[in-house]
Design a protein around this ligand. Sequence first.
Ligand code: PLP
Length: 389
Amino acid sequence: MSSHLMNTYAPLPLAFVRGEGAWLWDESGRRYLDAISGLGVCSLGHAHPELSKVIAEQSARLIHTGNLVRIPWQEKLADKLAAITGLDKVFFGNSGAEAIECALKIARALGHENGMENSSVIVMENSFHGRTMAALSATGSRKAQAGFEPLVSGFIRAPFGDAGAIENIAEQSHEITAVLVEPIQGEAGIRVPAPDYLARLRSICDENGWLLIFDEIQCGLCRSGKWYAHQHEAVQPDILTTAKALANGLPVGACLASGVAAEVLTPGRHGSTFGGNPLVSRAACTVLDIMQAENIPARADESGTFLLDEFRTRLGQDSRVKDIRGRGLMIGIELDQDANHLKQLAADKGVLLNITQDRVIRLLPPLIIDREQAEMIVESVIELISTTD
Ligand SMILES: *Cc1c(COP(=O)(O)O)cnc(C)c1O
């Protein structure tokens, strides 16, 4: 590995030169089944022919103009996202963390408009919202935060999945502007809350005049079997963050908002040099079109149900398996022991997966996997678990 890279990752000794659908090939021509999609990014698989063609064509025509002029593809993308989510306005940045920063700035700006000098946002234990300073401060992981203090202030933490805890905070504190929550927690090990949780948060926010912010950077864009995970519960947020799969690998993140939250940012208050450039915006438009045309939410739901059923049937009685969780194609299998070594072992067997929270096998395969590939994932994971003690 190059000694000139900062030591932020501990990558597997593995590099790929080509991909196609759910397959990747290394330099020696060996084929791997991708069950992690570059961390939930390449939902349409690798080298999708239609998307590759659009990116090549647009890159030959115009990549960047900056936001000092109108960008018609960005306007089109905003229209599409508004139609999918029912939200009103969109800001484009280049990552998930930037989408979160935008959401937090909106919450604070509204706080000031409402006379709150030191407003707070309620965030959850074990949440993940990104690595920039405010996103890191919102994140519920001491490991991620340790050594980077002082953190950004103005966050109150509550247990995930516990609406009663939020009600208690409401009774004690007054300078709160928003609740920020992942409808399904990703880095925490794929945690799906009880079916009424988001609805209860919605009514607490309504009663207290707070914004409800859903971070769907990982669970959104068809991953859970719906366009957005909160749509399983018919609950609308005021603000929604989305990123990872939006351009299937080109960097883009978006913060969507409705009502007062959609109006608070005005020229000069927020921005991004690269955000929503013609290349990423057109690519993202194509991704959304393909997801619609190929009925990707239903495919993710069907493949996810198959995988979860198989895992529950075949691993449900295994004493090494503590829990099997998920929705659509975001699946976590929690073991009773450290599982970090399984990443390399899986790669040795030709499958790419991820371990989170040390003990949880996390699967985020491309949403276009077929039945045969789903079966390969099942067999590989069961074989991997059989090697543990
Ligand atoms: C990945 C992720 C982020 C951060 O996204 P980046 O693009 O890495 O900045 C934020 N929230 C959630 C839920 C994520 O999964």
